[in-house]
Design a protein around this ligand. Structure first.
Ligand code: NAD
Length: 374
C-alpha cells in the first residue's frame, strides 16, 4: 500500500510522521509518499524523508496515488472533494464536535479514522494522541504563563529581598492538567487544583499540588473515566471556591473539557475582575468555548491588566517533539491494520480499529459518534 503524508495547512507546524517513523513503515514494506515540504515547519527537510526510504511528490500526486492519506488536522474545505471513495483518510478531526464533516464523509462513502477517538484503554495507550499532545500543551501552557508573568515562579531569598512563590490554580487534572502541575512545581510555584473527578486527588497530591475539594460532585463510572455534567447546586459551590482561589492566584491554567460538548464555564468575568493586574490565564479549552468567560480562541485578551490567552494548539509551537510523539502514536495504531506484506487490512474485529473508525461504506462505526445521529 501507499501511505501518503500530507503537508499541514493553516498555522499548523507539526507533521504527522518524522523520517525515523517513515523508516519503520518502509521496513514494514509500506511505500510512503511525502508531499514536498511536508516537514519543513518541523525543521525536517525532504532529503531526510528520502533517506528514510520515502518518495517525494506534489500535493496532487499524494491525493491521486495514495491508499491512505495522513495528516494531523482535519481536511481543509478545498481538500474534502479530493479524497476518493477507495481511499482511507486518517487525521484528528473531532467528529464528536464537527458532525457536519462526518455527514460529508458519510455522503461521499469515504473510510475515515479520527485519531482523537482512539479508545482510552490500556492497550491503546501507545496510540493515544490526546495524551501525548496534552502533555505538550500542559508543559507549554506553564512556560508561557511563567514568561508572561511580571513576577517569578519560584521563591527567592536574596540580599535584595524575599520573593514569594507564584500561586498557580489549575482547573482540570486530566493529562494536560497533571503535566501543568508537574511543570509548575518544577518551576517552584505553589499549586492548587480543581477537578470534578475525585479519582485524581492522589495523583495531584503525588505531584505536589493541593487538591481543592468541593463536596457533592456527580461521577459516572460508565463515562469511561471522563467528567460528566454537574448539578446546579454543585456548580454554584464550585464556582464560589474557584472565584475565591482565583482572586489570590497569579496564574490560572484552564484545561477542563467534556468530550463532544462545550467546555464548562469555570472562570466567569467577575472572577477575572477580582484577579490582580499582571496575572495570566491560559485557556487550553479555548477551541470549545473556553473555561474562562472572556477567552477568545487563538487570541490574547487583556482585561483590567489580566491577560487571558486562548491557545488551543500548543503542540504546533513545539513541532519537533510533538511530531515525534504524534508519529509514534500513528505507527502503533497503523500496525493494527498492516499485513506482513505491507498491505492494508481494515480489521474491524479489532476494537481499537473499529472504535477509531468514524465512517466506512456509508456507515458510522464509532458508537459515540453514531449516537449523535440517532
Ligand atoms: P479531558 O481533556 O477530557 O478533560 C480534562 C480534565 O477536566 C479532566 O480531568 C476532567 O475531569 C476535568 N473536568 C471536566 N469538567 C470539569 C469541571 N466542571 N470542573 C473541573 N474539572 C473538570 O481529560 P483527559 O486528559 O483527556 O483525560 C480524561 C480521562 O481519560 C481521565 O480519566 C484519564 O485518566 C483517562 N485517560 C486514559 C488513557 C488510557 O488509558 N489510554 C489515556 C489518557 C487519559
Amino acid at each position: 500500500m501507499i501511505l501518503g503524508l500530507l503537508k499541514e495547512h493553516g498555522k499548523e507546524n507539526r507533521v504527522a510522521l518524522l523520517p525515523e517513523i517513515v523508516k519503520t513503515f518502509t521496513d514494514m514494506k509500506v511505500e510512503v509518499l511525502v508531499e514536498k515540504g511536508a516537514g519543513e515547519n518541523a525543521f525536517t527537510p525532504d532529503g531526510d524523508y528520502e533517506a528514510a526510504g520515502a518518495k517525494i511528490g506534489s500535493r496532487a500526486d499524494v491525493f491521486k496515488k495514495s491508499d491512505v492519506l495522513l495528516q494531523i488536522q482535519p481536511p481543509a474545505d478545498e481538500d474534502i472533494q479530493k479524497i476518493q471513495k477507495s481511499q482511507v483518510w486518517i487525521s484528528a478531526f473531532n467528529p464528536l464536535w464537527d458532525t457536519d464533516l462526518v455527514k460529508t464523509f458519510l455522503k461521499d462513502g469515504v473510510t475515515t479514522f479520527s485519531l482523537d477517538l482512539i479508545p482510552r484503554t490500556t492497550r491503546a495507550q501507545a496510540m493515544d494522541i490526546l495524551s501525548s499532545m496534552a502533555t505538550v500543551s500542559g508543559y507549554l501552557a506553564v512556560l508561557e504563563a511563567a514568561s508572561k508573568l511580571p513576577t517569578f515562579f519560584p521563591m527567592f531569598m536574596t540580599a535584595a529581598g524575599t520573593i514569594r512563590p507564584a500561586n498557580v490554580l489549575i482547573l482540570g487534572a486530566g493529562v494536560a492538567g497533571l503535566q501543568a502541575i508537574a511543570t509548575s512545581r518544577k518551576l517552584g510555584a505553589q499549586v492548587q487544583v480543581f477537578d470534578v473527578r475525585s479519582a485524581v486527588k492522589e495523583e495531584v497530591k503525588s505531584l505536589g499540588g493541593k487538591f481543592v475539594e468541593v463536596e457533592g460532585a456527580t461521577e459516572d463510572k460508565a463515562a469511561g473515566g471522563y467528567a460528566v455534567e454537574q448539578t446546579e447546586e454543585y456548580k454554584q459551590k464550585q464556582q464560589q471556591a474557584i472565584n475565591d482561589i482565583a482572586a489570590k492566584s497569579n496564574v490560572v491554567i484552564c484545561t477542563a473539557q467534556i468530550p463532544g460538548k462545550k467546555a464548562p464555564l469555570l472562570l466567569p468575568a467577575e472572577a477575572v475582575e477580582r484577579m490582580k493586574p499582571g496575572s495570566v490565564i491560559i485557556d487550553l479549552a479555548a477551541s470549545t468555548g473556553g473555561n474562562c468567560e472572556l477567552t477568545k480562541n487563538d487570541e490574547t485578551v487583556v482585561n483590567n491588566g489580566v491577560s487571558i490567552i486562548g491557545q488551543s494548539n500548543y503542540p504546533s509551537q513545539m513541532p519537533m517533539d510533538a511530531s515525534k510523539m504524534f508519529g509514534k502514536n500513528v505507527l502503533n495504531f497503523m500496525k493494527l491494520m498492516i499485513t506482513e506484506e505491507g498491505a492494508l487490512n481494515l480489521n474491524f474485529e479489532d476494537d481499537i480499529v473499529k472504535g477509531t473508525c468514524i465512517t466506512h461504506s456509508g456507515e458510522i462505526y464509532n458508537e459515540r459518534v453514531k449516537s449523535l445521529f440517532e
